[in-house]
Design a protein around this ligand. Sequence first.
Ligand code: F6R
Length: 634
Amino acid sequence: MCGIVALVGSREASPILLEGLKKLEYRGYDSAGLATISTKGSSDRGFITCKKAKGKLVNLLNLLSKDGAPGNIGIGHTRWATHGKPEVRNAHPHLDSSDQVAVVQNGIIENYTLLREKLQKQGIRFVSDTDTEVIPHLISEALTRLKQEGVASKGEMLFLAVREVLNLLQGSYALAVIWTETPDVLIVAKNKAPLLIGFTQGEFLCASDSTAFAGFTKTVLPLEDKELALLTPLGVEIYDSEGKRQYRKPSLIVGSEKNIDKGQFRHFMLKEIYEQPETAEQWIARFLPDKLPTSSPIAFPFKDSLYDSIEAVQILACGTSRHAAMVGAYLLEQFSGLPSTVFFASEFRYAPPPLAPNILTIGVTQSGETADTLAALMMESERRSTLKDDLFSSRVLGITNRIESSLARQVTNIIDIGAGLEVGVAATKTFLGQLLAFYGLAIMIAARNKNRSIQEINDICEELKLVPNYLRDLINNHNKLTEKLAYQFVNTKDVIFLGRGINYPIALEAALKLKEISYIHAEGLPAGEMKHGPIALLDHKVPVISIATHGVVFEKVLSNAQEAKARNACLIGIAPESAETQIFDHLLPIPKVSEWISPLLTVIPLQLLSYHIAAQRGLDVDQPRNLAKSVTVE
Ligand code: F6R
């Protein structure tokens, strides 16, 4: 989703802005732009150079290599279209009518129509369809008035103008503003969209997420909602919406600054699929070390109050994270004995269930920035506080891959899945990390509540320790197998994935993976539901991919697969090799493991198959059209 970078300092801004935008590319975007201010040839007033290009960053780079964008201050943006098509005129930065004020914004200004109409009545001509364009016009209008009122300094004038305009905006935003009359002042602000400030000597870089700071600084300060910051080469001042100065120290970004590169792989997605054994290995080393007490078998750092007297669990998430949550809910109910419900975070926000006591609320988001998930958690916290549920804050848990994210700041109890930066838009290793987090939680709760015997707890823990090796073998064996199989499906239009029980969410995840990167229509179904309608879709052109692992529903899934075969569907099985699984036209074999841990393995051939189909269709696997890695708007 949109990415912002903004710089004030003493070096040429545009190369640093481009570098930052490059690091935010993985978030997903469809156009890009930047604006700088240069004062060459004039003493105190500068001029704006604004360059924008549709499509990939390389197009912007080409534009800049011709004409450049001089100046030591600038704002840059990668845009993921919401209001208005991905066209140059809708790309950011947006300027006021006199080209004196430039703004980049990430978020949605919900009342922009009213603001736009008002400005149009005053004679302002809009050049874009965006919600953002109202902002530079409003700032310009406020500046004109403040000038007449004779506010002391120009920097203060810009600050007051932006603050005034922010009070008019409804919705979510992170934004950066520059003005030709203050060529060394950068104003940034945020509300319900992320924005961080990175510090070095005499130079400050603001960005939507911490990846943009790699190679620039590790010292970072996240802005809080409704705060504004005034940055000059001399320092940073942060204010709340009332104009009260805020004092906070920046902190160090944890973790090593790894280079974002694909290594020997053709795509990040394939590299990240291959990184999954390591993700599991590290998870086990951190949370499942040997010799933990049987009453507390997982090394989570949480206080007893997180688990005590919990009667049910509610989980809020979107997309792939929701699928991980569904496996989690299955484990929490069936293994640990706790009623568990998964909600689409976007639905929960506007239709939550009636409040019930003693609920553990879990928010799952790999990016830690998904607007719907953060807002749903916030809403839940607010409605529980009105009921004086003092335990809510200790009974809320976040699962994320980004420990420096908004989620990690919003929620005290965090499971950091520690999968390392995931660049491919399609989640793979973070999905595995989220699954593992739920295994940990389910085992911990089952042990504490004595819902499972010591033997059962030990068995699942021991089996989990074998997962990295299983994953290694699976990935090595299936990469070639799925690559070969993928050729057959390059021109397929529809695919059906079937699963049951703990593997039903894996069928959903497989369908999501395939559609998002290959643009092939795919549906994931609980295998037993097929005969209630979707079976009408089947013929020889629709492959059916069925997940059948040993356990309570093994035979049932095979019967459902037979029903598809009888309709001439090409049948692919994700199943252990056995006499029964010979019914499949193609088998992607998985080892015989307990049904409990099977989702950690069944997902692998499905990720690889989607990957190879998309790659063979020649698509942009890592940045599929229309998608964003960090969905920071509602
Ligand atoms: C799919 C995918 C998305 C995300 C969803 C939630 O591959 O990546 O469906 O899972 O946008 O994102 P997070 O986990 O960041 O909240």
